[in-house]
Write a protein that binds this ligand. Sequence first.
Ligand code: NI
Length: 173
Amino acid sequence: MTALEIVTYPDIFLRQTTKPVENIDGTIQDIIKNMSTIMYEAPGVGLAAIQVGCDKSIIVYDIMPGNEKRSLQVLVNPRVIEREGNITSEKEGCLSVPDFRSDVKRAESVLVEGLDRDGNPLRIEAEGYLSIVLQHEIDHLNGVLFIDHVRSLKKDLYTRRVKKQLKKKGRKH
Ligand code: NI
């Protein structure tokens, strides 16, 4: 697994439902390592495996990526178990949707279950910003991008622009 490029919208690869990890082996640890490198280099607060070309259910995040002391969090096979309340995620963005930001309606708090990178069960109660990051990354595992939650002229113009750029490059999707 050497892909270091981020898959971007509207690539249909991002639209699939990812597969659960059954065995957290060396290959999976390598993918996690790659994801973390890409996330900190970008820099971004979170990344899903599907964004680097891997169809497994893995996310990494660090809500303070600029901090000297890094706090990398890894979640394998995460699921949102409960959602509560409403919050506006301001100017949300995504490494797979370059040059576009928008407000998004999200749940204020979530309960997430998954495994850590050693396979131990994790249960995370998150609210506010962390809750938003978890919802965004877990959406990726279901083929959902944050712009899917957005209805605006700005988004339509953005979509038209990236499709035009792709056509120029002669790539087919
Ligand atoms: Ni994203």
